[in-house]
Design a protein around this ligand. Sequence first.
Ligand SMILES: *[C@@H]1O[C@H](CO)[C@@H](O)[C@H](O)[C@H]1NC(C)=O
Ligand SMILES: *[C@@H]1O[C@H](CO)[C@@H](O)[C@H](O)[C@H]1NC(C)=O
Length: 452
Amino acid sequence: MKCFSFLLIIIFTDGVVSKKVCNYMDVLDYLNLTKDNNAFKLTRPVLDYTHPTIVELDILLYAILAVIEKTQTFIPFIWATLKWNHERISWDPAQFCGISQVAIPRDMLWKPDLFIYEMIEKDDSPLNPYILLASDGSVYSEEDMRVVSTCKMDVHKFPFDTQKCNITIGSAIHCVNEMRIFPCSNSSRATQFSREVMKTQGEWEFLQLSVSSTNITFSGRKWEHLIYTFTMKRRPLLHVINFLLPILFFLFLDIASFFIADHRGEKLGFKVTVLLAISVLLLILNDILPSMSNKTPLIATYCIVIFALMLLSLLETILVTYLIDKDSVCQEKFRLKEDKKEEVKTPNCKMEVKRPTCCSCTFKVSAGGKQHELLPVAEEVNSISQSGDSHLLLSILAELKEMQHTVNVRLNCRTEGGKFVLWAARINRAFFIFYISTVSLFLLLIFVEWHI
Ligand SMILES: *[C@@H]1O[C@H](CO)[C@@H](O)[C@H](O)[C@H]1NC(C)=O
Ligand SMILES: *[C@@H]1O[C@H](CO)[C@@H](O)[C@H](O)[C@H]1NC(C)=O
């Protein structure tokens, strides 16, 4: 009796304390969903094979990891959500203490075979190991993916460019009457969500994510594809500071070098240095831009035209320096002539000791030569040079003659060389005006083109 009542108590307390306890295994047991049960993963999960499986897809952009113009590669980090219906699965949550969804390992169920057409490298980031199973048979799968995709980029306006890259998602083998793909959120929602979750933006400013659907027909079968288009705009500041401005500065330096004096070759050296600096910058450009492009990038035009202008100004400087040099060669000749005369004079003078006599000697030498008719007065003075102070007069006369000769030679040289200097100055002025106008016109045009 005692024993019986004890049993009753146990039954009684059990009834009060134990509510019904459920766990996820109950659900899986009910569904017969085990690792070994292939019925859930072998075939497309429909009860009637003519039913297409409807896959709802949602893609958000987490980050733009890289956009590489040189190799035309676009690497976004995306977050993809998939939802489809497994028609063999359903349970009543009320029977299982309200359990409405179960997370199960990814490989226990059939999954749609979606893949990204532009992907050129297998994604090695770890997959989320679970998928979510809801009581009505919906299956949710989430994936974070680093997508290395090709993207045809137009670098015409680099670095003020906007790029559009596509990610096309479709089934590999199921055509449109077996699998339909729909975007879960439309373009504006996807753009807004992406803006909210965007982690890093770096060089690129994300503008828009739009989605569209197309059908691809291939050998009589039709596949449905979703195309996600990412639009982003480059932040040009780095390239402007690194590249455009330095080249512009060098151009200004080149213009400023017009105010350096032409002779002695300093200007030439300066211009060559500036030109070399630009060619170093051009090497950087080679690293950034793809070697082939259907439309010449504006930045290449910018560099080449500035380079050509500076080359032209260097050539002009060479020409002007050449002209001026020609002039100084004449002066050099004149100086040599002078030196020779000195040499001729000195042996005669050496014998005399007194300076006035030396001068008179000089005079005699000259007077005997072709200078004779230039100063006919000399003869007269010579004839009356017996008196003592006439010596002084004679020496003055001699000096004058010498000066006249010098001036004559120098004037000859001037009129000949002066022509070159004059031409050099003219060329300089004309080229400066041409240079300034060309540079300003070109800069204006190219910046307008860049801005449009
Ligand atoms: C589960 O599988 C067992 C055999 O493995 C079978 O007897 C049972 O009927 C199945 N239950 C359901 C609900 O399919
Ligand atoms: C693709 O084909 C399906 C089925 O034929 C059709 O319903 C859908 O409108 C088509 N989509 C486009 C973008 O043509």
